[in-house]
Design a protein around this ligand. Structure first.
Ligand SMILES: Cc1cc2nc3c(=O)[nH]c(=O)nc-3n(C[C@H](O)[C@H](O)[C@H](O)COP(=O)(O)OP(=O)(O)OC[C@H]3O[C@@H](n4cnc5c(N)ncnc54)[C@H](O)[C@@H]3O)c2cc1C
Length: 400
């Protein structure tokens, strides 16, 4: 296998770098720790980046060309991911662009595609994911939110929880129960698109580790949803929900992000002196870095293989659980090693550091590093917990 880039790929890489330098220049590349597009208002420089992407037709590389995708080869997508990760470019919202869009262009009606895909492609609308409920997380099929059809609309009642970005979202894609008389709980579930401005919706914040407001509980009381917002067939939502999750898990691998954090780890270790010697030269610490680096390289190859399958017309299968499992374990390991390298500078709680009159102490990277480490703990849970991914790999990949 030839792992070198062709001349055309190298030319593409130059084109990408020039584009990034223009729309996401070095002076705006702040390390945000946990880059998410729902924890902050969208700053002007981020909007400029999205506008640049949209104008160039590069906002949704993974979509089919007829829906606005770029038609790039897996290598080009790989180059794009690597270069944008290295420069810390803001990602398009995963909920719309990576998760919902594949459901819409695969199962949505023409009207739904025309209505909902362009605003996602143009980063004009925020979506959130209404899957989990109190009592229905890993065991998602036990969800209770009820939708009863009354004429030309459904009336929805229930509660969703852990809904990331619901406080900023314009719309929610939501799993609801439309039939209770079923043999298997996976039957009788439907996939609805709900306007967050509809009367009867209340969003309540949930603060997580680091006291960051990213997730919410959403209550729905007699919420009227037009029947045209049903995706696919009534009671067949489980099929679409599962399809969406494989896309979610592929995106969670975060190879590019981990590569950036790995380089940061090396930089921090190089600047940290222990008994007059750089930590990077300490054989025991160097070995820890090398171990995680090898794991990351293996994950990168696995992701490239998955991309190649998708390129050949397939969808990411249960193998995407491997990407999610390894991707989160690796990023958490890198964050742990960063904390080890920061030493006592990793002790202060980030928000206390920010309100302290003394200001932050220690290396510049310490605060985003600590924030990233705290938020990163949740990646063991969201997108399907580690134990559940192991079950999927055991059954659907290894056939145990
Ligand atoms: C930061 C964050 C953001 C999130 N964002 C969203 C969102 O935007 N939208 C959304 O719908 N959901 C979201 N979630 C919810 C997430 O998908 C669920 O938390 C997850 O599916 C686990 O469900 P649970 O919390 O109910 O835990 P449970 O399912 O109750 O699991 C508890 C523990 O038991 C283990 N366990 C459960 N079943 C098994 C089994 N069969 N075998 C072995 N072990 C098992 C789990 O691994 C876990 O360790 C988010 C969660 C977090 C933490």
């Amino acid at each position: 296998m030839d792992l070198n880039f062709s001349a055309a790929d190298l030319a593409f890489q130059d084109e990408v770098r020039t584009f990034i330098d223009e729309y996401w220049p070095p002076e705006v590349r702040i390390d945000r720790g946990t880059a998410s597009d729902y924890s902050d208002e969208r700053p002007a420089e981020v909007q400029r980046w999205f506008d640049g992407l949209v104008a160039r037709g590069w906002s949704v590389p993974n979509w089919p060309v007829e829906n606005g995708g770029t038609g790039w080869s897996p290598t080009q997508k790989f180059i794009w991911d690597r270069e944008t990760s290295k420069a810390g470019c803001p990602p398009m919202s995963a909920f719309g662009a990576r998760m919902l869009a594949p459901v819409l262009y695969t199962w949505g009606t023409e009207t739904q595609q025309e209505r909902f895909l362009p605003p996602i492609r143009e980063a004009r609308v925020q979506w959130c994911q209404g899957y989990s409920e109190p009592g229905a997380g890993s065991d998602l099929a036990s969800l209770q939110t009820r939708a009863v059809r009354e004429g030309d609309h459904y009336v929805v009642n229930g509660e969703k929880t852990w809904t990331s970005g619901a406080h900023r979202a314009d719309w929610m894609f939501c799993l609801v129960r439309t039939d209770t008389q079923v043999e298997k709980r996976q039957q009788g579930i439907s996939f609805l698109l709900i306007d967050m401005q509809t009367p009867g919706i209340e969003v309540h914040p949930i603060l997580i580790l680091g006291e960051q407001h990213t997730v919410n509980s959403v209550t729905l009381t007699d919420v009227k949803v037009p029947v045209e917002n049903l995706v696919g067939e009534e009671n067949k939502g489980w099929t679409y929900a599962k399809g969406l999750l494989t896309h979610e898990r592929t995106g969670i691998a975060g190879v590019g992000r981990s590569q950036v954090q790995l380089q940061k780890l090396k930089d921090i270790a190089a600047q940290t002196a222990v008994d007059g010697e750089s930590l990077l030269d300490d054989p025991a610490f160097e070995r820890k870095i090398q171990e995680v680096e090898v794991e990351l390289m293996a994950l990168e190859m696995t992701e490239l293989r998955t991309l190649a399958t998708v390129e050949e017309g397939g969808a990411p299968g249960p193998e995407s659980s491997i990407l999610k499992l390894k991707g989160t374990a690796i990023s958490q390991r890198i964050a742990e090693l960063q904390m080890e390298a920061f030493g006592y500078y990793a002790l202060p709680y980030p928000d206390q550091m920010l309100i302290d009159n003394e200001g932050p102490v220690g290396p510049d990277a310490a605060i985003p590093g600590i924030k990233g480490m705290l938020f990163g703990r949740a990646s063991t849970i969201f997108g399907g917990s580690t134990e559940i991914q192991k079950n999927i790999v055991a059954k659907a990949v290894l056939g145990l």
